[in-house]
Design a protein. Structure first.
Length: 255
């Protein structure tokens, strides 16, 4: 007989086994709910019953504690890197959880890595205060500046190459060369490859996008790599992108 578990249920079983290994059976329904796994399917019956009788505030509190204890147990085995992407979209409950967990940096080998875009109303400012209170010496902020015109052009070339490879048969050598095209100039990656000058344009970008479209995307992106990727993708999907640069979407929201 085959495995009748759905992927979600399978991951839930892995969560249950992991928490059971640490003697944290009581945490299973709380972390299952937090990670959107089926509670009653993977939780011990007694623990699931207790969860269903808890108030919303009790569930919130026990979820916070369960995640803290889980991270603490894992850190006894190996250091942890906890990555939170798109932090600028964080909601209030998640922000409260991250503030609660910030105190762990002074107690266990853990690094929290928050990736975000800088906005006027920044949720990270509130979290920063909690981090400084918990472990001010361990805080570091890395600001990424806009790409230069040359860096943007090279990235645009890489994006177009990757999109082309995804839509056609592309051998491993071509993919390898395309991925490394955005890096600083270096000797040919493959034997027999003709040397390029530092500012030469990879063939793929001129094959895929017209000069007008390239210039239009680079002008509008203004060094924003996210914009470059989304605009290049949308332009390549347009039936007439190679003839009318006006087909390049005006904004990310219009994609």
């Amino acid at each position: 007989m085959g495995n009748d578990k759905t992927p979600c249920e399978g991951m839930g079983v892995r969560l249950r086994d992991e928490l059971t290994r640490f003697g944290m059976e009581s945490a299973i329904p709380y972390l299952a709910d937090f990670l959107s796994f089926p509670i009653d399917t993977i939780s011990p019956q007694a623990e699931a019953k207790k969860y269903h009788t808890d108030t919303a505030e009790q569930i919130r509190y026990r979820t916070f504690m369960s995640l803290r204890d889980w991270l603490t147990n894992m850190a006894d085995i190996h250091p942890i890197i906890f990555v939170i992407e798109d932090f600028h979209w964080v909601d209030k409950p998640t922000l409260e959880l991250l503030k609660y967990l910030a105190g762990l940096v002074a107690k266990i080998p853990i690094m929290f890595l928050y990736v975000q875009r800088r906005w006027h109303e920044n949720p990270f400012d509130e979290l920063t205060a909690a981090i400084h209170d918990a472990h001010s010496e361990g805080y570091q902020q890395i600001d990424l500046n806009r790409l230069s015109r040359e860096q943007s052009r090279r990235l645009l070339s890489q994006i177009c190459s990757n999109l082309e490879c995804a839509n056609s048969v592309c051998d491993a050598k071509t993919k390898f060369a395309a991925v490394h095209e955005v890096t600083t100039p270096q000797p040919p990656l493959l034997r027999g490859t003709a040397e390029r000058s530092e500012h030469s344009t990879p063939k793929v970008i001129t094959d895929v996008l017209s000069t007008d479209i390239q210039r239009h995307i680079l002008d509008k992106a203004n060094g924003n790599p996210f914009y470059l990727e989304e605009m290049a993708r949308a332009s390549m999907q347009s039936a007439s992108f190679s003839q009318h640069y006006g087909r390049v979407p005006y904004s990310i929201q219009s994609v």
